[in-house]
Design a protein around this ligand. Structure first.
Ligand code: KIV
Ligand code: ZN
Length: 529
């Protein structure tokens, strides 16, 4: 008999906290929709007190994705203080099922060096604030941050205080990815066995990947009795990331006799969820990534190819089709019609409105004219470019460059500004792309640092389409509404695809600038007290 394991997805909170993974509110909403289709039990939608934009995004997800009796639980993160908890409670209010997730550090290192506090004060805060959370919400999760480096007796005192104050889930974070699977197994077993009252609550894992052990530790925790796992799509998260949802879920599904649990995840949605998160964050999936990497089902050596052709199971323990990684094997090119194209987009998991579909279809035809046949990756790159263009403040109208071995690279750029006015600038640079970026900066007056520039052939071959990813970080820190001194400089990712790499670079840069402008306007919204 397999017991039920709850999947708590924190892609939109811990995942989004990773450097450069910031998503716009509409990107967060589309990721949340996909997480609901994927069948996750709890969506941690964000950290509402961090900024008005975060509050808005959590509220929008709670109102849309959290609506209805079958909707997933929508969780909001809060530090152990009344301001954070009140912000989180108001942000998740529209959801049918709500959870407040509150945390405070319990290791001496964090208590003394970070909080400048004492064990006694931390215990008092847990009692008071978990109690406050329970006044606001029936479902309260408590996390002792840095649990795996905390003194065992004090950790258990803290967990006991949280249960007494009304916590319904106890999460045991390996905040810095320090534990080994044996240690984490032992800790979860001890929590479920020795903390008075744990039988009334769900014990949860939360593992980071600093030593590459996040998934192994999570599975060890499940073996020891945890009945909730916290994870992220593609393993995104602070520093080296969190336990990857797709890896944990597939390990449980392929080896049920090891873990004796089952989840509600719809595995066919894993491929689409992985691609969507990669597109929205601009963080691509490495080819050798387990389960969802491009090479996960590729066989190059003759012996392997021979084996797979005779019986797939000789070298594959997962089925690409069951993970939604195959896509419809349809060749799409310049002769493809509207209906075939629309059906193909639906098979890839894209729901576009009419205006977006028209823009994507027109661009597809334009590229297909030069390239004959387009791959799914190229088509998805076009969708990304066109759908973000729809909500753009600046639109690229013209780009022209002059460069070469004996020439100073110069670029002329013309954009349409927010009021439709043309903005024209010319600039020199170290190369044609640098010159284009300078010219765009002159047009928009944006003050941002370029933190990543990546060119990628969106398919193999001499006529491949170039995909360019640009990541910008604003120069001036934005204000946190929690009033803390944490510096939050927004990062925005732009992606574009074109047969001309310079045009792709210009479009990606403009798209990243649009992302920054959009994020600033969203953060300027009012948040209820
Ligand atoms: O890693 C961590 O400790 C966290 C907590 C907020 C749960 O993300
Ligand atoms: Zn974490």
């Amino acid at each position: 008999m397999l017991e039920r394991l709850r999947i708590f997805d924190t892609t939109l909170r811990d995942g989004e906290q990773a450097p450069g993974c910031t998503m716009t509110p509409s990107e967060k909403l589309s990721v949340a929709r996909k997480l609901a289709q994927l069948g996750v039990d709890i969506i941690e939608a964000g950290f509402p007190a961090a900024s008005p934009g975060d509050w808005q995004a959590v509220h929008a997800i709670a109102a849309e994705v959290g609506a209805g009796a079958d909707a997933p639980v929508i969780a909001g993160l809060a530090r152990c203080n009344a301001f954070d908890l009140d912000q989180a409670a108001s942000a998740i209010a529209p959801a049918a099922h709500r959870r407040l997730h509150t945390f405070i550090a319990t290791s001496d290192l964090h208590i003394h060096e970070k909080l400048r506090s004492t064990r006694g004060a931390v215990l008092a805060r847990i009692t008071e604030m978990v109690g406050h959370a329970r006044q606001l919400c029936d479902d309260v999760e408590f996390s002792p941050e840095d649990a795996t480096r905390s003194d065992r007796d004090f950790l258990f005192e803290a967990l006991h205080a949280a249960i007494n104050a009304g916590a319904t889930t106890l999460n045991i974070p390996d905040t810095v990815g320090y534990a080994t699977p044996e240690e984490y197994f032992e800790l979860i077993a001890a929590v479920t066995r020795d903390v008075v009252g744990t039988r009334k609550v769900v014990v949860s894992t939360h593992c980071h990947d600093d030593l590459g052990l996040a998934v192994a530790n999570t599975l060890a925790g499940v073996k020891a009795g945890a009945r909730q796992v916290e994870c992220t799509v593609n393993g995104l998260g602070e520093r080296a990331g969190n336990a990857a949802l797709e890896e944990v879920v597939m390990a449980l599904s392929v080896r049920p006799q090891q873990y004796f649990v089952h989840s509600n995840i719809v595995t066919r949605e894993i491929g689409a969820a992985s691609r969507l998160v990669a597109r929205c964050t601009g963080v691509r999936v490495p080819p050798n990534k387990a389960v969802v990497g491009a090479n996960a089902f590729a066989h190059e050596s003759g012996i392997h190819q021979d084996g797979v052709l005779k019986n797939r199971r000789t070298y594959e323990i997962l089925n690409a089709e069951h993970l939604g990684l195959e896509g419809a094997r349809l060749i799409l090119g310049k002769h493809s019609g509207r209906n075939a194209f629309r059906r193909h987009l639906a098979a890839l998991g894209h729901e576009l409105d009419e205006a977006e579909f028209e823009a994507v279809f027109n661009r597809f035809k334009e590229v297909a004219d030069r390239k004959k046949v387009l791959t799914d990756r190229e088509i998805e790159a076009i969708i990304e470019g066109e759908t973000s263009r729809a909500s753009a403040y600046y639109a690229l109208d013209l780009v022209q460059v002059s460069c070469g071995t004996h020439a100073i690279a110069t670029a002329t750029v013309r954009l349409h500004g927010p009021d439709g006015r043309p903005l024209v600038a010319a600039a020199e640079g170290d190369g044609p792309v640098d010159a284009v970026c300078h010219a765009i900066n002159d047009c928009v007056g944006e003050v941002a640092d370029l933190v990543e520039f990546n060119v990628d052939a969106a398919a193999e071959g001499i006529n491949a389409v170039g995909g360019v990813t640009v990541r910008l970080r604003e120069k001036v820190a934005s204000q946190s509404i929690a009033g803390d001194d944490a510096e939050r400089r927004r990062v925005s990712t732009g992606f574009a695809v074109h047969t001309d790499i310079i045009v792709a670079a210009a479009e990606a840069y403009v798209s990243a600038v649009n992302g920054l402008v959009r994020a600033r306007r969203n953060d300027a919204v009012e948040v209820p007290a």
